[in-house]
Design a protein around this ligand. Sequence first.
Ligand code: NDP
Ligand code: PYC
Length: 337
Amino acid sequence: MSDLLYLDPAEIEALCKRVLHQHGLDEAHAAAITRVVLAGQRDDCQSHGIYRILDVVRTISLGKVNLQAQPQVLESTGAIVKVEADGGFAPLAFECGLEPLAASARSHGLAALVIRHCVHFSALWPEIEALTDRGLAALALTPSHAWVAPAGGRGPTLGTNPIAFGWPRPGTDPYVFDLATSAIARGDLELHRRAGSALPAACGVDEHGQPSTDPLAVMAGAMLTFGGHKGSALSTMVELLAGALIGDWLSLESLAFDGGQGASPRHGELILAFDPAVFGDRDTAIARAERLFAAIEGQGARLPSQRRFAARARSREHGIAVPRALFNEIEALVLPA
Ligand code: NDP
Ligand code: PYC
């Protein structure tokens, strides 16, 4: 028996929505969360695919999310669009802010979406692609829980703090990267723990500050940033821009709020959108970018997200691959009628 199921997206969608709804989320939140995790599964992003349903349900059961939250777009100040998530999950808050952000970027050239007080568990590239689909370049940043030691230290202080960027391309998939500033994303560390497999080298240290590839030892110690002091500086920037600047929590505060219970992080998010047509001449900018992409690909290097886009194409042809054990685990969350 194969360990993988190849499923129709509608079947996965129905299961995810049913579980989320039964565990207390309204239709709008359940649908927005399902869109994000289904996209992750489709694109073979195992740490941020439907595996996240387990996280969402645990966060609900721990009482760490406001199930009544209805995100509100607050009055915009200049080019800054603010969405109050009110302690609810982030995907619906982003969807509420998307069109105001795009409209503001088209009028000002550069606009910011500030999401405050959200519970965040997702990859950032779906948000980036929503903006590149609208012809905009975009940059997204968010803190997480303080699991990561700064370069030269060993105390968990920084989040896994992803940075995602996208650039629209005519007639083809956008240029998108989305990376944790930790050497490994927490979600991938958790997948190693569940599988009982070792981490790659240089991802973390144990509680004595010694390098370790044991996921449990690293969870008791600290994760490390990618690229030493460079990743540490970028991660600190994420804390400052998507935490302090927007008036929301740092990863340290998110972890303190969690109190060791293991819920998803709670903090804010900052998303910037850029309209090339307002900065300069759109066609020239797009053509110049295409020359750069051709120079990269022309030497056999791949662009970021090409692995995801290839997985997306395979999913369209053969169905979405889901580990059988994971599917069973999510099905087990369905409550008896
Ligand atoms: P990876 O290290 O797997 O990949 C990072 C980026 O690099 C991707 O865009 C990837 O594209 C690209 N890439 C990988 N290999 C190559 C290559 N050889 N050449 C060119 N590009 C390449 O991602 P991470 O593990 O760092 O992050 C995974 C996810 O975790 C992200 O989506 C992130 O948003 C999420 N995350 C979310 C957090 C949160 O707080 N919400 C916190 C931390 C992470 P491709 O996918 O095509 O391989
Ligand atoms: O993988 O580091 C991670 C992560 C944190 C929050 C959501 N994903």
